[in-house]
Design a protein around this ligand. Structure first.
Ligand SMILES: Nc1ncnc2c1ncn2[C@@H]1O[C@H](COP(=O)(O)OP(=O)(O)OP(=O)(O)O)[C@@H](O)[C@H]1O
Length: 747
């Protein structure tokens, strides 16, 4: 930066003045949105048309207020000065767009997602894109506290050249911040390789492979915000799903999208993707692995077929002081017809029942003397048979109405059933894992099995379909009414408020209004197993099993997906070894790979150790380059008594990070002991298994018993790699048993 001290002060004052006008504008917009909302809420009664208008307006103003409320911190964070001759000489970049209505809607502040903001992230001295100077504004509440400039000419081209960083000073300042336990957004300092991924086209499957700390999670969330901004019409109706590995992780990332003004995203773990369940039961890794195998789809299909039985050889049913007989041939024919319909089990049941009732009716008629009966009599007999309890029980024993939960429960609880469904597909020891693995609670690995069963079993939704059609007609009529109103009411057609430009016709608008007036797409999606999303984003995607992928692909039939992960961090026994292997059953080779190469989290001193572990995982893999050094080498200790000394070591870390966060990472069997020794410490301290720490970060990490982490699973070295790369500033390793060769440099 080449501004003299006086010049700097004057420039800072000018920036403050501008930013103050932006906040004034923001305040005015808030007041106006609140006024409109209050006015709308005050109105009562009126015609159906007036009520419709109020519904629409209430949702619009409420959304707008939430959006205006979310941008208070760091409203404007950047400024671009273009070389003379450009249409705009100066553009301010911020968290949302603000315009001057009195000056032909001149942009006062450009949303970071708008195309014109792009050079802020991409321009370099070598390729300046018309930018002369990029300025990062620093602020605290509404006060501008400083700025950093980059002059984009080739004489300054060596600045941040090695890693190609944009806005290096602002970036490093952001990275030096103490961690709070919640992830922050990175809008002010998105780097070029990240920006390309965030703004990649909506369609298709994109895999983002990157080592630890390369910003995969940050990029995935900013991509969600970008896509919602750029393809709002498509994505507001279908919603965006973000899948994360566990609820701790979802809590960690939960504030990022709201802070970017986006609330229409469903964040969920795989365990939450079966409506009505929050499957968080615990089971052994081995059991999880078996449940995740692709053959489970076949096992479940067999389990459902096994419930479609035929009598051996005859089923006798008492009816009206007589006995009717259902023979094997009749039932086999009925079963074949029902199966050939290719309908799921429950809807196909109608066909089976109908054929069986026909057969029983014929039999009953014969007994009564067929010749004496006319068509009406036969119908009456059939209706009586259908209502008869004994007949119903007989049919149920052959083709019962099933539920996914019931089938899975029965399958795992009954050795015979499991053997019948899985004998050729799973060896006895794997079947034993499934039997013993049945816990009181559903586990995350049960969810894709339940979902698969729901597909196989289906629901007989003839009545629901009629009801849906009726509602669609109503929605359409409602939307036509709204469009009439919009044409008449100038005040509501405020583009920023309504984004009405993308309302194309009544049908589309009907869909959107159902979302707006009742629940958001994300809320509706959470309640509907068959919901398909406009875009699906998966974080830590390397952990997904083959069965998890099947479930997610059902939620994304258009295959518009962003999958972020790192195959070197795979801990799950059934997780991905390569992206091609995981994806090929669904998209063959029609997916594109993007890579992230710079580690923003872990300092070089710690990465040097982690890289040695990675080389043992696979010598062909290389660790991402760290963006910074701290000058603090990792430490190690080998206490005589872990219980006696660990609390002291942890207390020292808490004071070293001065208000920051500390995690003690432990092998799962030590979790309870270590937690009890450290129970008196404060909320900045977390004790976690490595599995739970995936995706998280802390100012300081204390890793206990690394040898047990390595020995604890077939992918133990991957787990060690994950554990070592959670720290943003300090790392300590507390050994208790065997030496781990890759850590020998620690002494
Ligand atoms: N451009 C950036 N500007 C500021 N901070 C960044 C940037 N990119 C990443 N970070 C920060 O670096 C840290 C690591 O990012 P993130 O958690 O997204 O990485 P990751 O690739 O998902 O890591 P892992 O695979 O280890 O979970 C976070 O604190 C994130 O905010």
């Amino acid at each position: 930066m080449s501004v003299s001290s006086d010049g700097f002060t004057a420039e800072l004052a000018r920036e403050q003045a501008y930013v103050t006008t932006l906040y004034a504008k923001l305040d005015a917009e808030r007041v106006e949105a609140q006024r409109r909302l209050d006015e709308t809420l005050r109105q009562t009664g009126g015609t159906p048309q007036a009520r419709t208008e109020r519904d629409v307006a209430t949702t619009l103003y409420t959304d707008r207020l939430a959006q205006l409320g979310s941008v208070e911190q760091g409203l404007a964070f950047g400024r671009l000065d273009f070389v003379p001759g450009n249409a705009e000489e100066t553009t301010y970049i911020g968290r949302l767009g603000l315009f001057d209505e009195d000056d032909d809607y001149r942009p006062l502040l450009v949303d970071w997602r708008a195309p014109v903001a792009r050079p802020f992230y991409l321009a370099t001295a070598a390729s300046p894109e018309g930018v002369r100077r990029r300025r990062h504004l620093r602020s605290l509440t509404r006060k501008v506290t400083g700025f950093d400039d980059e002059i984009l000419d080739l004489t300054a081209a060596d600045h941040g050249q090695d890693l190609g960083l944009a806005g290096e000073a602002a970036l490093l300042a952001a990275l030096e911040q103490r961690r709070t336990g919640e992830m922050s957004d990175i809008v002010a300092t998105i780097q070029a390789e990240q920006d390309r991924i965030i703004r990649a086209p909506l369609g298709g499957v994109m895999v983002v492979q990157g080592g630890p700390g390369t910003g995969k999670t940050a990029v995935a969330l900013h991509r969600a915000a970008y896509l919602l901004y750029t393809h709002r019409q498509q994505l507001t109706t279908r919603g965006v799903l973000v899948v994360g590995p566990n609820s701790t992780f979802l809590r960690y990332i939960g504030q990022v999208l709201p802070s970017l003004g986006e609330t229409g995203v469903l964040l969920a773990t795989i365990g939450q993707l079966y409506p009505g369940l929050d499957a968080d039961g615990v089971e052994s890794r081995e059991t999880t692995e078996v449940k995740g195998r692709l053959v489970m789809a076949e096992v479940l299909a067999n389990a459902v077929r096994d419930r479609q039985r035929v009598p051996e050889p005859v089923l006798e049913i008492e009816y009206e002081h007589d006995v009717l007989k259902l023979d094997r041939k009749t039932c086999t024919d009925a079963r074949t017809r029902a199966r050939r319909s290719r309908r799921p089990h429950n809807p196909a049941r109608r066909l089976f029942v109908s054929d069986v009732l026909d057969a029983l009716t014929r039999q009953a008629a014969r007994k009564l003397g067929e010749d004496l009966l006319d068509g009406q009599d036969l119908q009456d007999i059939r209706a009586e048979l259908a209502a008869d309890e004994q007949v119903a029980a007989a049919i149920d024993s052959l083709w019962p109405v099933l539920t996914p939960e019931g089938v899975l429960d029965d399958l795992f609880a009954d050795r015979e059933r499991l053997a019948s469904a899985a004998r050729k597909l799973l060896p006895a020891e794997d079947r034993a894992l499934l039997e013993s693995g049945r816990e009181a609670r559903w586990t995350p690995a049960d969810v894709p099995l339940l979902d698969e069963l729901a597909e196989l079993i289906g629901v007989d939704d003839t009545e629901a379909r009629v009801e849906r059609k009726r509602r669609e007609r109503e929605d359409r009529a409602y939307a036509e009414g709204v469009l009439d109103i919009l044409e008449q009411d100038e005040e509501i057609i405020d583009e920023e408020l309504l984004r009405v430009s993308d309302v194309l016709d009544a049908e589309l608008f009907a869909e959107r209004q159902v979302a707006r007036s009742e629940l958001t797409a994300a809320q509706r999606a959470a309640q509907d197993r068959t919901w398909t999303f406009g875009h699906v984003i998966v974080d830590e995607a390397q952990e997904l099993s083959a069965m998890d992928w099947r479930l997610l692909m059902r939620r994304s039939p258009n295959r518009s997906m962003t999958l972020v992960g790192d195959v070197a961090q795979t801990g799950a026994a059934g997780g991905a070894r390569s992206w091609g292997e995981a994806l090929s059953p669904y998209v063959a080779d029609r997916w594109r790979l993007e890579q992230l190469t710079v580690n923003y989290r872990t300092p070089a001193e710690i990465m040097a150790i982690a890289a040695r572990v990675l080389a043992e995982v696979d010598p062909a893999l290389s660790a991402p380059s760290s963006v910074r050094e701290t000058g603090v080498p990792p430490w190690s200790a080998r206490p005589a008594s872990l219980a006696g000394e660990l609390p002291g070591l942890v207390a020292r870390e808490l004071s070293e990070v001065d208000g920051g966060t500390v995690a003690v990472l432990v092998p799962a069997p030590r979790f309870d002991d270590v937690s009890s020794w450290l129970s008196e410490h404060d909320e900045r301290l977390s004790v976690l298994t490595v599995e739970r720490a995936k995706g998280l970060e802390f100012d300081s990490v204390v890793l206990v018993a690394p040898d047990e982490v390595v020995a604890g699973s077939p992918r133990g070295l991957n787990d060690l790699y994950v554990a070592l790369t959670r720290a943003t500033r300090r790392l300590g390793v507390v050994a208790t048993g065997d030496d781990v060769p890759a850590l020998s440099v620690l002494g």
